[in-house]
Design a protein around this ligand. Structure first.
Ligand SMILES: Cc1cc2nc3c(=O)[nH]c(=O)nc-3n(C[C@H](O)[C@H](O)[C@H](O)COP(=O)(O)O)c2cc1C
Length: 188
């Protein structure tokens, strides 16, 4: 059971991809299967996926992406994780965001398990994407996950906070490095 910790430790955001290696349909399906096995409030399973694999579909998704995420162009495929508000638990309170977050983590961990890399992207224009993908109003695009084989020399430095250890975050200063003690709001 310690295997899962290995996968968790091996996960880090990947933003440079090696397009010379093809990703198989089985790998994509394994990732989607893991996504669908996430827990959700009242078992509502409010996730839906838009999988962009062809160049045409990827370009369509990329039109809504923020400029600083242009590296995602090189991904082998993109998963747009959508929330289906029709069967979401307490949609007015946005409880389904928790379900989608859990689903996203399953995607990221199975991606590592498949020997691939990914980085979740929230920096995109959701309204524009909904129009581009011709989504019905009840489907809300929440996160885009570009996935592929990691290229050597990923431009972003990977610095992780370790359990009980304070590390300055080099690449992303938002929030800064926090110690475990600082992360605990209350331990009663
Ligand atoms: C909800 C969410 C949205 C994110 N959006 C972006 C994004 O738009 N672009 C990007 O480069 N990274 C994005 N990230 C990646 C974070 O910057 C990254 O997870 C964080 O710096 C920690 O690094 P790590 O993933 O390597 O542990 C996002 C992460 C999450 C969880």
């Amino acid at each position: 059971m310690r295997e899962i910790l290995k996968v968790i430790k091996n996960r880090a955001s990947v933003r440079a991809f090696d397009r010379s290696k093809a990703v198989s349909k089985e790998q994509i399906e394994a990732i989607l299967e893991a996504a669908c096995l996430a827990p959700s409030a009242r078992n509502t399973q409010p996730w839906r996926f838009y999988v962009a694999e062809s160049d045409k579909e990827k370009q369509r998704v990329m039109q809504a992406m923020s400029e600083h995420n242009s590296w995602a162009n090189e991904a082998s495929f993109l998963i747009v994780v959508l929330a289906d508000r029709r069967n979401a638990y307490r949609p007015e309170e946005r409880k389904y965001y928790i379900d989608i977050g859990l689903c996203l983590e399953n995607i990221l961990l199975e991606t590592v398990n498949q020997g691939l890399g990914a980085c979740p992207c929230a920096a995109f224009d959701g309204e524009k994407l909904a129009k581009l993908l011709e989504l019905p109003e009840y489907l809300e695009p929440l996160v885009i996950v570009p996935i592929g084989y990691e290229a050597k020399g990923d431009a972003f430095e990977k610095v992780k906070e370790r359990y009980g250890e304070v590390i300055e975050r080099a690449a992303h200063k938002i929030g800064g490095g926090r110690s475990l003690k600082e992360c605990i709001f209350k331990w009663a």
